[in-house]
Design a protein around this ligand. Structure first.
Ligand code: NDP
Length: 316
């Protein structure tokens, strides 16, 4: 029996703000996009609680609710949104070929990569327990909730340094906990950190436990238990928020070796464009953006990708 091949003009891989926005625009341009939602439908926003910085929600909204709204809007137009993941993608010849974990084989005229990035976590049980209830991986998203309070940032790279200096403007005190005795961050960022009076460095230390309270569905962080790796001593630091800033991993493995990326795997796109080095393949959202990483910027690049895809297809 010959294999059944489904054809689509536009295959969107991934379903965060970038993917759904690409679907809304592509559907309205009559491309009838097919989307595979991926491992985490709705993307990183589904792991946050309150979102107050997305324009159009004057009272704020919940991350998962916002992603449901994005999805409903994409479905209102003619988007074929499917649960599941694309397991293989070949963009060496057109039409591009993809295989999904539901057994489908797909041929696509254009592909929009919106697979996002995954925040790295410490991997301790209490971190997962308080995720979204005082533990966060995004200071710009959640810092506001800790105005005037004390927080911890974990990490020693540019992200940790940037998050610590950002939070220092809002919070009373920021403890920057790093596992070594020197920061990996650029010298300029180090200079900022060391010259911000309300940032205290906690060197050579690892967070062993996030401390907190739990009453029914109400959970709140009250501090961290930290071990000094050199002295072996333990210390408890009382804080209301814990920001993990130990890096992100872009979800770009599916096009590794096929599409140009930087040395840590962020997909390269042309300036002012979402086009990759492969004609007809676009990348939007966090899989191509390690700088801004916001829902609104991801949505913006999702829109760009769909418009560019539509223009490319019309020119064929
Ligand atoms: P990095 O990989 O540069 O840094 C990660 C940091 O987290 C390191 O200090 C590392 O420690 C620490 N770390 C990693 N795993 C653990 C763990 N399990 N427990 C405790 N600590 C851990 O990631 P970033 O997100 O900071 O930066 C990624 C890239 O993006 C970099 O190239 C950076 O320069 C760039 N960037 C640039 C910015 C800018 O230009 N404005 C802003 C943000 C990022 P150790 O040092 O010991 O390995």
């Amino acid at each position: 029996m010959s294999e059944k091949i489904e054809k689509t003009k536009c295959l969107i891989i991934g379903s965060g703000p970038a993917g759904y926005t690409a679907a809304i625009y592509a559907a309205r341009a009559d491309l009838k996009p097919m989307m595979y939602e991926g491992l985490e439908p709705g993307g990183q926003l589904t792991t946050t609680t309150e979102v107050e910085n997305y324009p159009g929600y004057p009272e704020g909204t919940q991350g998962p609710k916002m992603m449901e709204d994005f999805k409903k809007q994409a479905e209102r137009f003619d988007s074929d949104i499917r649960p599941g993941i694309i397991t293989d993608l070949d963009v060496s010849n057109r039409p591009f070929k993809a295989k999904a974990d539901d057994g489908s084989t797909i041929e696509a005229d254009v592909v929009i990569l919106a697979t996002g990035a995954t925040a790295k976590w410490l991997g301790i049980e209490s971190e997962a327990k308080f995720n979204g209830f005082g533990v966060s991986a995004c200071a710009t998203c959640d810092g506001f909730f800790y105005k005037g309070k004390d927080v911890v940032v974990v990490g020693g790279g540019d992200t940790a340094a940037e998050e610590a200096t950002y939070l220092a403007k809002l919070c009373k005190k920021v403890y920057l906990i790093h596992r070594r005795d020197e920061l990996r961050a650029s010298k300029a960022m180090q200079h900022k950190v060391f010259n911000t009076p309300n940032i205290e460095m906690v060197w050579d230390s690892v967070v062993e436990e996030v401390l907190g309270t739990e009453e029914g569905f109400n959970k709140a962080v009250t501090g961290v238990k930290v071990k000094n790796k050199k002295s072996g001593e333990y210390r408890e630091i009382n804080v209301d928020g814990v920001f993990i800033a130990i890096g992100h991993k872009p979800n770009s493995d599916i096009v590794k070796g096929q599409v140009d990326m930087n040395d840590v795997g962020y997909i390269k796109t042309n300036p002012d464009s979402t086009l990759t080095n492969v004609e007809g393949v676009y990348a939007c959202g966090d899989v191509q953006d390690h700088v801004f990483r916001q829902a609104v910027t991801a949505a913006g690049t999702g829109c760009m990708a769909a418009i560019e895809a539509e223009r490319y297809l019309s020119s064929q």
